[in-house]
Every structure is written in structure tokens, then in C-alpha cells.
Design a protein around this ligand. Structure first.
Ligand SMILES: *Cc1c(COP(=O)(O)O)cnc(C)c1O
Length: 388
């Protein structure tokens, strides 16, 4: 009997080590890990550069309070702002904290300009922004909020893709629209560039803020540093997490100068957020992802992967309904429930993870090798051939 609570439905398997795209289980098996801690290990397991960085920092200084200047955090924030739309950064420890901080920042902005009644956030129904009380109610998901009332107020919802409903839902009390640029848990649904442009336009017209949740799709996963970049727009607030820590818990909110003005001293804080150990790892992750040619290689590998999966879809149209996603955030949508298929992939030593709408999420490390993609394709094909 486990002393852990039962809030996870865990597979009966555990691992003793990992290297790059592979995991080694305690019972002696080798797995191709295309979950990577749910898009967290952006550089694979035990990346030598990250191992070196964390070892080095761990001998110097782990944690000091945000009551002091933390040079490693100053450096990481500077690099993030230099690379992106943002002018300021607040560091957190997780995705939910980052999205929740994003909500606070949006509300605080309107408060700071004397419009405190503008405090509602408009979100996509059944989206995913984390598991804190506020973020579960932001998701508009019945399943995630069941039993956790009273309801946290301040969120309105529209159905993904329903532009009429979106426009109708904006009121004089709306402070911001918050969407995932690519819906992760919701089934790898990409918000197309023309919609992102439309969102920006509406927000400008209504003088409200645009929050793009890039916790899962950000930091190179899409083939660009941020998934929204292809739309050539600038959001106001962007929460990030998963990929930036490469396996170390880091969250952050990136924001424009305009909204950052509201976040004066004392308005927000985190004991652990942005400590020297985390920031050293974050900087080491950026060393790799910002290297010349890194993101173009992500694009190259993802083009190859998408093409190969497209071929499989044509070969097995009765099993595979659609290949979704962008970059190395890939969704394989089946016609039927995907659980059995995922189980079979695992039996054949390929780890993947579910998303909504019968989708199998495929999340290789961003430095995945072509022969590892080939191995995955071979395993998926084998499972398709034996699928009933
Ligand atoms: C994972 C995720 C979160 C929550 O991140 P946690 O670190 O689990 O709190 C928020 N938003 C999106 C889009 C995510 O994929």
C-alpha cells in the first residue's frame, strides 16, 4: 500500500535513470520516452550541460530570499526579455502559479489605472491553466472543479473556435482574454495565426489585455521560441513553465512594460520563485535552446515526424483520424478511445501520454534524433498493424 494519496492514476512502472530520449525502468527495460515529463524535459534526461550547471551552482548557493538581488535571475530575465515581446519577468515555480500570477497582473493593471471594475478574465471552455483554485475555475472544466466549491468567481467562458460567442462574452467588466496558444491537455488544438491576429485586434479595440498561456507550447516546443510568433503579434502577458526548467521546477510570467507598472513592490511574491539554483538551470536551458540552429533543427525534426505520421494516417485511416499539433507538440487523434493504444505503445517500449478528444500526445525532447523518431514510427506502425 502506497502512503501517497490516490490523486494520480499511475502506471505500474518506475524508472531508475534516463539519458536523452531514453528511460531505464527498475525492471531492466529501456523505453523511448516521448512524454518527457509532459513537455518538461526540453533537452532530454540527464543533459550534460544541465547536469554541469546544476552541480556547479549547487556547490555555491541554492537559495536566498527575493529580499535580495539574485544575479542569476537578473540574467535569465534579461535574456528572456531580449528574446521576446516582454519587458519584465516574475519568476514562479510552476505553470499554475505562472498563470495565476498572469491573472493577478491583468487585474492589477486595471486597478492601477483606476478601472478596478474591469477584473473578469475570458477563457476557453475546457482549457487547462493549472490546478490551483483560481486556475481550475479559469479552465471552465466541470471535471476539474467538481467538489471544490465554492466557485472562484471572475471567469467567463466561450467554446474554442466560436468567434461569435467570444465577441458576445466581452463585457465592460472584461480585463483580459486568456487562451493557450496550443491547447495541450485539451487535445493539441492549435489556435491558427489568423485567430491570434483576430484576438489581438479585438483586445486592442476593447482595450483589454491578451494573455497567451505558453506553459506547454512555449520555449521552443513549437519550433519557434513562442508558438504565437508565427502570427506576428504581441501579447501583453505570457505565463511559461514546463520547458524552461528542463526538469527543474520553474515558472515565470513575461509581460509588457505597460502592465508591469501595476506590479509595484509588495503586490506579488514567491518564497522559492527565482532562486539561484533554479535560475542557473533556466540559464543553462536557454544556452542550448537559443544556440544558433537549435530551433531550426526542432522545425526540421518536427516536419519529418509530422510527414511520417501523415503517411501512417493514410495507411491506417480506420485507426488514425488526424495528426495534430505544431513542432514537437504532436497529437495523434484516434477514431476510438486511445487508452488501449497507449498501453500497447508502452508494451512496445514507447512512452506517450493522453490528451482530450482521443488524442495521444507525443512529446519528444527538443533535441530528439532522427533515428529516435524512426524508432517511434516503427513502434506506432507495429501497434497499428496489430490493432483490432
Ligand atoms: C501544465 C500546464 C499548466 C500548469 O502547469 P503546472 O506546472 O502543472 O502547474 C498551465 N497551463 C498549461 C497550458 C499547461 O500545459
Amino acid at each position: 500500500m502506497s502512503a501517497l494519496a490516490n490523486n494520480y492514476n499511475r502506471r505500474k512502472i518506475s524508472f531508475k535513470s534516463g539519458k536523452g530520449s531514453f528511460l531505464y525502468s527498475t525492471n531492466g527495460k529501456k523505453y523511448l520516452d516521448f512524454v518527457q515529463g509532459i513537455a518538461v524535459n526540453s533537452l532530454g534526461h540527464a543533459n550534460p550541460h544541465l547536469v554541469k550547471a546544476i552541480n556547479k551552482q549547487s556547490k555555491k548557493l541554492w537559495h536566498v530570499s527575493n529580499a535580495f538581488i539574485i544575479p542569476e535571475g537578473e540574467k535569465l530575465a534579461k535574456r528572456l526579455t531580449k528574446k521576446t515581446f516582454a519587458d519584465s519577468v516574475i519568476f514562479q515555480n510552476s505553470g499554475a502559479e505562472a498563470t495565476e500570477a498572469a491573472i493577478k497582473i491583468a487585474r492589477r493593471y486595471f486597478y492601477s489605472i483606476g478601472q478596478s471594475k474591469k477584473n473578469r478574465i475570458l477563457c476557453v471552455k475546457n482549457s487547462f491553466h493549472g490546478r490551483t483554485l483560481a486556475t481550475i475555475y479559469a479552465s471552465g472544466s466541470k471535471k476539474m472543479t467538481e467538489g471544490f466549491g465554492p466557485k472562484v468567481d471572475g471567469f467567463d467562458h466561450f467554446e474554442f473556435g466560436n468567434h461569435k460567442a467570444l465577441k458576445k462574452s466581452i463585457t465592460s467588466r472584461t480585463a483580459a482574454i486568456m487562451v493557450e496558444t496550443v491547447m495541450g491537455e485539451g487535445g493539441i488544438k492549435v489556435v491558427p495565426d489568423w485567430c491570434l491576429k483576430g484576438l489581438r485586434k479585438i483586445c486592442n479595440k476593447k482595450k483589454i489585455l491578451l494573455i497567451l498561456d505558453e506553459v506547454q507550447c512555449g520555449i521552443g516546443r513549437s519550433g519557434n521560441f513562442f508558438a504565437f510568433e508565427t502570427a506576428k503579434i504581441k501579447p501583453d502577458i505570457v505565463p511559461i513553465a514546463k520547458g524552461i526548467g528542463g526538469g527543474f521546477p520553474i515558472g515565470a510570467v513575461l509581460m509588457s512594460k505597460k502592465v508591469a507598472k501595476g506590479m509595484v513592490a509588495g503586490t506579488h511574491g514567491s518564497t522559492f520563485g527565482g532562486n539561484p539554483l533554479a535560475m542557473s538551470v533556466g540559464n543553462a536551458v536557454l544556452d542550448q535552446i537559443l544556440k544558433k540552429g537549435f530551433l531550426s533543427n526542432v522545425k526540421k525534426m518536427s516536419d519529418y515526424f509530422h510527414t511520417e505520421l501523415g503517411i501512417l494516417k493514410n495507411e491506417f485511416p480506420n485507426i488514425i483520424k488526424e495528426v495534430r499539433g505544431v513542432g514537437l507538440l504532436i497529437g495523434l487523434q484516434l477514431h476510438n478511445d486511445q487508452a488501449k493504444f497507449i498501453q500497447k505503445l508502452m508494451k512496445n517500449n514507447l512512452l506517450t501520454i493522453r490528451a482530450a478528444e482521443n488524442v495521444i500526445r507525443i512529446l519528444p525532447p527538443l533535441n530528439v534524433k532522427k533515428q529516435e523518431i524512426n524508432l517511434a514510427i516503427k513502434i506506432i506502425k507495429k501497434v497499428c498493424l496489430n490493432y483490432k
